[in-house]
Ligand binder design. Sequence first.
Ligand code: ADP
Ligand code: FRU
Length: 290
Amino acid sequence: MASVFGVGIATVDIINSVESYPDEDAEVRASTQHVSRGGNVCNTLTVLSQLKHQCYWSGVTCRDSDTHFILDDLKKNQIDYRYAQHLDSGKVPTSYITLNRLNGSRTIVHYRDLPELSYQFFKMQKIPKCDWFHFEAREISDTQKMISHIKNIYPKATISVEIEKERKGLEDIFGFADLYLFSKAYALYSGFDNPLKFLSDQKLNSPDADLTCTWGEKGAVALLADGTIIESSAFPPTHIVDTLGAGDTFNAGIIHARLSELDWQQTLSFACQLAGKKCGQMGFENLAAS
Ligand code: ADP
Ligand code: FRU
């Protein structure tokens, strides 16, 4: 068992399942509705907790009723949130998600009225010594300072950063962490239709880091600090049920496999298998069970 500290957002996800994706301006009835706690890092920690790691979360919540729902769920998943910031006003992030039962696609409309976790707050916390620190690249300047702070106080810890989408000043986050986990969405946004070409381009920014990029049903690619290329196919389940958080599950698989000292080929395959399993079920329950 290792210890993992995650920094990112916690959300309330309102998930409506529909038989097929609606046309614009249509009125359709959802076949089911689930409300669950989401957020990339929180989802990743949920899976890591199932894999028996000691997990800590830091992010921002506020005094609204949804915060209780979020914190109760983190507690249920044995994720320690004592280093989170609780503000007096605001609205915790909420995602309105349309899950297409035909293909498991998830379309997310996200609303938030809450500041990001600040470096000012983070540096005042007595952050525990952990084996691994995982950050969502959100407010870049503060995230970069948090990473430098952790490198300073815990130089032996491994640091990973998830790059899901374009952010202001994103270029400043590169060159600091040990591992960057990129999404297909960001690779496409950057003008690449191939994960390896994308990672080769990213290597110029972070030559000493390991890099991964997921590619949905095509699996994932890694480009390691020493230049080695690793590829894994996806592991599709019998039926695709729910792809919400497939990338977050993949990230948990990578972190777990590296903490377990698997080699990189095994690491990438394990992460794709875990993410594939997640796509075959609703939510994140029991993903660690074999
Ligand atoms: P995100 O959740 O960021 O959109 P992706 O869609 O790229 O992430 O998927 C992350 C990982 O989940 C992929 O690398 C793959 O292993 C797995 N995955 C995603 N979609 C499928 C699918 N349709 N079939 C099998 N595995 C999938
Ligand atoms: C899935 C997810 C959801 C959340 C949204 C935030 O990856 O973390 O749980 O609502 O993305 O961007």
